[in-house]
Design a protein around this ligand. Sequence first.
Ligand code: PBG
Length: 333
Amino acid sequence: MAANFPIARPRRLRRTAALRELVAETQLAVTDLVAPLFVREGIEAPQPIVSLPGVMQHTVVSLQAEVRELADLGVRAVILFGVPATKDAVGSGAFDPQGIVQVALRTLRAELGDRIVLMADLCVDEYTDHGHCGVLDADGNVDNDLTLDIYAKAAVAQADAGAHVVAPSGMMDGQVGAIRTALDRAGHTEVSILAYSAKYASGLYGPFRDAVDVQIAAGGDRKGYQQDWRNAREALTEVDADIAQGADMVMVKPALPYLDVIAAVRQRVDIPVAAYHVSGEYAMIKAAAANGWIDHDVVALEQLTAIKRAGADVILTYFTRWFAERAATRVQP
Ligand code: PBG
């Protein structure tokens, strides 16, 4: 029975695909996305990562081809992670000019110049034999301030090698300020900092740790430096501190369990907000879709759009290439 008063009829604007496109509040674009890429030292051919279907550990040569293809597809940024051939107590590969990421950065910058933004994850967990994001003190705890010295050296090495953006992900207190100071002293005043400001001690990083061959020593975890997932207000304290120290962009990580945090950060700051749709978030979609339990494309698009809707300007996602290829071939309604 039709109502005899003018009820709101939102369904009128949902009738056709063209109408829905016209009134959509959120547009996800290739230019919002950053592709995380892995480069491994000492391999002859790219290696698949079992828990991250479609993602590779690259050689420098295969990485170069991948980044070139992404740039041709309209992708504007990549973020590099290194897998060194050898690890040590302080993570020397993170700041050695001949470390794998530095070698890769020089190669990419020489070929691509400023065509695509080259970001470098700045941490030592891939490079330490104990798998922690910092150096350890005599009791086996991560020493905050000694770690800052290492991050400062890594930032300068990455900037020297051609990084446009360095992205500290270790959650040490004062890391952004230490890195900004070191970059400026080395003459890299133009290199920007994407701070992993609100990074949670998540269970969703498992596939990433396979990708970079990291095992945290003695059943350890990162709860002593990454954030407790029960806390949202604390994220704002972290964001404020990073901006005060010179962050150019701030990040929330992971993305979907923390949409409330993304929205709160977006409300609070006027600089770009990034969110990292992490390895476990990607792997869940891949695994469920492989079983035929969900529709891969629909769920991937739904999740990435939700992250944008919550307030992220920039999304780091392993779906970047998929989205860019889809955008390039998509039939309009
Ligand atoms: C630390 C770092 C991690 C990720 C990005 N940078 C792992 C960790 O904190 O254990 C995870 C990214 C992902 O899961 O996709 N260098």
